[in-house]
Design a protein around this ligand. Structure first.
Ligand code: UDP
Ligand code: MG
Length: 283
């Protein structure tokens, strides 16, 4: 990865998957913000296996503006891995993660930095409203964040995404965490330190289709529940115990049949049936 001369004060990490329609506008809005910040910045664009011209656009931006560096993953690994890759390369004292589609308005960074300067190590953006997202997505998000809140062992703030500012201390700790299936907003909350929210209304996508398909969102939701709650593990234990008890009950029934109805054609199969019940529950 090409590197910048001076050490930046702020690093912006932006995961990108087929966002050719948003990149130019993102660059314009973000660089306007950068102009008024109180120190140098770097922008780390992470190409998550895009199949459109996103990577080419990133290259051009890098040649035009040396504050821009880019990483390109060998295939589509998913948003969380793309952000993780970016975190490993970020050098700023404060690191900001935001989406490429401008649903995370770069201008909110001013309030985030103000809170950071007040001594908070994590400043996360909390959505008070989502504009123009389908009712199904909004309902799913509403239910998921509340279920996670009830089940998780850590308080993960509701209605927050990965849009946040993190102090170098937090980034260094995240980079040392070996978790392979990563739910960054959960890990971030788990670390503790001083955390606060800035609230915002989430605008619609600037352009293009949503890249977090239903399948990807569901996988993220399941990952987060498995990682931050013991309930799925408990459920599978209870299910195993239930299946085991049913096998014992069925074995007794088959034995009873064998003794009470010796002339039935089924009685000859008693041993096989008992074996099947137990084998079925073990496997
Ligand atoms: N993204 C990514 N890899 C993926 C899916 C999405 O890097 O496999 C990026 C995408 O380009 C965008 C951000 O993650 O910058 C959020 O994606 P999207 O806007 O589709 O999700 P939503 O806003 O619905 O959470
Ligand atoms: Mg989006």
């Amino acid at each position: 990865m090409p590197t910048l001369g001076t050490t930046p004060k702020y690093s912006f990490i932006i995961p990108i998957y087929n966002e050719e329609e948003s990149i130019a506008e993102l660059y314009r809005r973000l660089t306007d913000v950068l102009e008024v910040l109180d120190g140098p910045s770097e922008i780390i664009l992470v190409n998550d296996g895009s199949r459109d011209s996103s990577l080419e656009m990133m290259r051009q931006l890098h040649h035009r503006d040396r504050r821009i560096v880019y990483l390109s993953l060998a295939r589509n690994f998913g948003h969380q891995i793309a952000v993780t890759a970016g975190l490993n390369f970020a050098r700023g004292e404060a690191v900001i993660i935001l989406d490429a589609d401008l649903q995370d308005p770069p201008e909110l960074v001013y309030s985030m930095i103000a809170e950071w300067q007040n001594g908070y190590q994590v400043v996360y953006a909390q959505r008070i409203q989502r504009h123009q997202e389908s009712w199904f997505k909004r309902l799913m998000a509403y239910v998921f964040y509340r279920v996670l809140d009830r089940l998780a062992n850590v308080r993960i703030p509701k209605d927050t995404g990965d849009f946040c500012l993190m102090d170098r201390v937090i980034v260094d700790l995240l980079n040392r965490m070996p978790e392979r299936s990563r739910y960054i907003r959960g890990l971030r909350a788990w670390l503790g330190f001083k955390q606060t929210a800035v609230r915002f209304e989430r605008p619609p996508r600037f352009a293009g289709e949503v890249k977090y398909t239903f399948k990807k969102s569901l996988a993220l939701a399941i990952n987060s529940l498995v990682a931050f709650s013991v309930l799925p593990l408990r459920l599978s234990t209870y299910l195993g115990l239930f299946a085991g008890s049913m096998a014992i009950v069925m074995a007794f029934l088959v034995l009873y049949w064998r003794i009470a109805r010796p002339d039935s054609p089924l009685t000859g199969l008693a041993t096989i049936m008992i074996a099947i019940f137990f084998w079925g529950q073990c496997s």
